[in-house]
Design a protein. Structure first.
Length: 255
């Protein structure tokens, strides 16, 4: 595991232009994610959740304010393999096997694949896909493909993990199973995690704190600490305290 790094977003604003109109994606957003923490961003579509991730990955540049990953510029951190990312679409290359898909970030960064053979094998074991090393994406279920995507995000041993609705396309039963698996994987890797989600229960189950956003322009409405001890188990989903916190977040979202 590489040294833990936090995420610092300081007074960031971002504007886009579309069809001659100016759209404020984010306005004066500040957020600190401590090293080794798990933070969830939740809010309506268009509130700037994914824009925050793109800024933190160095794919976009803020108009004002600053974004740092462990004190570094996002592009520097990404090019050094400090960050890993998994999206809603697993985006696996259909002609590559499971292990070859895991090796894709190594190829992009120009790293020697042979040096990471043990790492790839251990990640396949970690996400529960031992025996499927040579399988192609078309031979895997949706949940299995997302496991490959998460393992691929971890192959460079990143200290920061970005998750942009990685289970958004899965049904509710499988999504809950994957939440449990993600918690287990995160616990073992100790990466700083930032999750974008539309699921309140997913945010509360996984995160140390839930950042509730509102749109027009995108801004943080409230940051809510999650008090439940880890590891969190399936019985938490039926706990009255869990439902009370879900209701509190829903009230902020719709307020």
């Amino acid at each position: 595991m590489s040294a833990q790094r936090g995420i610092r977003i300081d007074n960031v604003s971002k504007t886009f232009s579309a069809r001659g109109k100016r759209i404020e994606a984010l306005k004066n957003v500040s957020l600190d994610c401590a090293p080794g923490s798990f933070t969830a961003l939740i809010g309506p579509s268009g509130c700037g959740k994914s824009t925050i991730l793109r800024l933190a990955l160095g794919l976009e540049v803020a108009d004002t304010g600053s974004v740092e990953i462990g004190g570094e510029a996002p592009r520097n951190a990404t090019s050094a393999g400090v960050t890993g990312v998994a999206f809603q679409d697993a985006a696996l290359l259909p002609w590559r096997s499971v292990e070859a898909n895991l090796a894709l970030p190594l190829d992009v960064l120009g790293l020697e694949r042979a040096r990471y053979a043990g790492k790839i094998a251990s990640l396949i074991e970690l996400v529960g896909l031992a025996g499927f090393e040579k399988a192609l994406p078309g031979e895997l279920s949706g949940g299995m493909r997302q496991r490959v995507a998460i393992a691929r995000a971890l192959v460079t041993d990143p200290s920061v993990l970005f998750l942009d609705e990685p289970f958004g396309a899965l049904d509710q039963i499988l999504r809950r199973q994957m939440n449990i698996e993600l918690q287990r994987i995160w616990t073992e890797t100790k990466a700083t995690a930032l999750l974008v989600t539309h699921g309140i229960d997913e945010a509360v189950f996984l995160a140390d704190k839930v950042v509730v956003m509102q749109s027009r322009p995108g801004r943080i409405a409230r940051v809510i600490d999650v008090p439940f001890e880890r590891p969190r188990r399936t019985n938490l989903f039926s706990d009255p305290r869990f439902h009370a916190l879900n209701d509190e977040i829903a009230t902020v979202l719709h307020g």
